[in-house]
Write a protein of this length. Structure first.
Length: 103
C-alpha cells in the first residue's frame, strides 16, 4: 500500500513537472520570404550591418528562408538562406525591409 502511494505520487510529480517545463519550450517557425527590390540585386552580408562585407547577392524575386528564433537576426537585419545570383546556396544577413512574406 505504501509503495503504491509513493509510485502514484512520483508519477503525479513527473507529469506535473513535465507540464510546467513544457510551457517554456518554444518552437521556431521557418518562413519563406521573397526578395522585393526595385529590380536590383539584394546584398547578402557577413554580419548585420552595412559595415560587414558583401558575401553574395540575391536577385529580385528570389525566395529565401528565415527561422524566426535563430538567435542570429539582429534589429532590421534578417539571417536568411537562399540561392545567390551565382547559383550557390548561401546564408547571410539582408536588410529585412527588402524581404516580404506573401500569403
Amino acid at each position: 500500500m505504501f509503495i503504491k502511494k509513493i509510485r502514484t505520487a512520483l508519477i503525479a510529480s513527473i507529469l506535473g513537472l513535465s507540464l510546467i517545463l513544457g510551457q517554456g519550450i518554444a518552437c521556431a517557425q521557418t518562413w519563406v520570404l521573397t526578395v522585393n527590390t526595385d529590380g536590383s540585386n539584394l546584398n547578402v552580408r557577413s554580419g548585420p550591418g552595412t559595415n560587414y562585407s558583401i558575401i553574395g547577392k540575391f536577385a529580385n524575386g528570389t525566395d529565401v528562408t528565415w527561422e524566426d528564433d535563430d538567435g542570429k537576426s539582429s534589429g532590421d537585419w534578417a539571417y536568411v538562406t537562399g540561392v545567390s545570383t551565382n547559383g550557390k546556396t548561401i546564408s547571410g544577413y539582408c536588410y529585412q525591409w527588402y524581404l516580404i512574406h506573401e500569403n
